[in-house]
Design a protein around this ligand. Structure first.
Ligand SMILES: [Zn+2]
Length: 166
């Protein structure tokens, strides 16, 4: 009987350790979002972490990613006062447009302004986004990776400069 209890205790410890190890591998998503958006936000946070970016900044600024039928020219918007990002519900099933829009709004969250190239470009239609990033429509995943790399470097630079002022 004592052995059974002992073995059970050992199992509990092993499982607990295993769960801790797994939990450490990935950054926990601090915000509430639909699974379509959630996967991209999570990927953004994991990538940002590898650049040494303070990922807690996201949870400090927003609570939610909402989907809402916005004006068709507006794919997404970051509203700091309401602590959320709103995504146009017309793009939630368009993974490429959705990820570009989320990364763009998260760029704003980190204080980035609009740019003429890369992810911080504004007013791109879903068709234009696909032309850039979708391999089936003349775009490429390499371009996406390069743009993400630039975005992460910009965010890191921004964060470092803010920390210097502090
Ligand atoms: Zn913008």
């Amino acid at each position: 009987m004592r052995n059974i209890i002992k073995n059970a205790l050992i199992m509990v410890v092993i499982v607990a350790c295993f769960m801790r190890c797994c939990a450490k591998k990935e950054i926990n998503n601090p915000i509430d979002a639909h699974p379509y958006s959630f996967q991209h936000v999570k990927k953004f946070l994991n990538t940002a972490d590898t650049y040494g970016i303070d990922t807690k900044e996201v949870g400090r600024n927003i609570d939610q990613v909402l989907e809402y039928p916005l004006n068709q020219n507006l794919l997404g918007i970051y509203i700091p006062s309401d602590r959320h990002i709103v995504i146009n519900s017309s793009i939630t099933r368009d993974s490429i447009t959705l990820k570009k829009t989320l990364y763009h709004e998260l760029g704003h969250l980190y204080g980035l302004k609009h740019d003429s190239i890369g992810i911080m470009t504004t007013y791109l239609t879903p068709q234009e986004i696909h032309k850039k990033y979708c391999p089936l429509e003349g775009g490429s995943d390499e371009v996406w990776k390069k743009d993400v790399d630039n975005l992460m470097k910009e965010i890191k630079r921004k964060q470092d400069s803010i920390n210097l002022v502090k």
